[in-house]
Design a protein around this ligand. Structure first.
Ligand code: 15L
Length: 257
């Protein structure tokens, strides 16, 4: 039987990386984005719409086995925009999932949900309590707690991926510790989709970086086996390391792009 996976935000950096990496026999990828996605491949469907449109989201959920919810504003922005897209948009996704009996939702959360958490001697657990650093980070706490609500109310499996710096290559010194390679992002998503009955859980989205200080234990527990290490790029980056999870997000002006 064909597995149908709905990928919201499919035209973004991570979405585009997953589009190619998640293709496999027996899987149909339903790609959803406001941006154009090009012509669908043989095992793809394309929907150009916004997660802020409840009807479009509900329609997109028909016949879906799992949702990888990436759509949203990916950095600091005015509160009303963040609220409309990240929070209301996620509510539309959960409602669509509930209406169509979809049992698993993966959330693209962010390290900025806990941006004010501080480096300790031990690796920082993936379930470190909310400490958002921006309205953006706050929206990720809302998305995660919404995931808890739908888990407890409706028994959905919800995996919140607290993603670090997901880029082709690490862009700065901080990311030597926080980098998530695109290949490891796909490995993390596959583990989150296939691990049996995860319930609600939080997992750091980071690669196997030499300088990691965020715990990989929760990822290992669901079968995530990262292969990349930002250290390979150490001589190509500038900047300062930071002891706060969110780094520069902890001091940028609130609500400004
Ligand atoms: C994020 O959540 C952002 O979406 C991304 O643009 C990066 O800034 C990243 O966090 C990070 O912390 O490096």
């Amino acid at each position: 039987m064909t597995e149908v996976v709905l990928l919201t935000g499919a035209a973004g950096l991570i979405g585009s990386a997953l589009r190619t990496r998640m293709a496999r026999p027996g899987r149909l990828l339903r790609l959803f984005d406001t941006a154009t996605l090009g012509a669908p491949g043989p095992d793809e469907q394309v929907i150009q719409a916004s997660v802020t449109d409840p009807a479009a989201v509900t329609d997109a959920c028909a016949g879906v086995d799992a949702i990888v919810h990436l759509a949203g504003i990916s950095g600091e922005a005015p509160y009303d925009e963040i609220q409309a897209v990240n929070v209301e948009g996620t509510r539309n996704v959960f409602e669509g999932a509930r209406e169509h009996g979809i049992s698993r939702v993966l959330l693209a959360s962010s390290n900025h949900a806990v941006g004010f958490a501080r480096r300790e001697d031990e690796p920082l657990p993936a379930d470190v309590p909310f400490a958002p650093d921006t309205w953006y980070g706050w929206s990720k706490t809302s998305m995660e707690s919404m995931g808890q609500l739908y888990h407890h109310r409706f028994g959905m499996d919800v995996v919140a991926l607290r993603i670090g710096t997901c880029r082709e290559t690490p862009p700065h010194v901080r990311s030597l510790a926080t980098w998530l390679s695109l290949d490891d992002a796909a490995r993390l998503v596959e583990a989150s989709l296939s691990t049996p009955s995860p319930g609600f859980r939080q997992v750091w989205g980071v690669s196997a970086n030499t300088r990691n200080w965020w715990s990989l234990a929760e990822g290992f527990a669901i079968g995530y086996a990262p292969e990349d290490d930002a250290e390979a790029y150490a001589d190509q980056v500038d900047g300062e390391p930071t002891d706060l999870v969110g780094g520069p997000f902890t001091t940028i002006p609130l609500g400004e792009r």
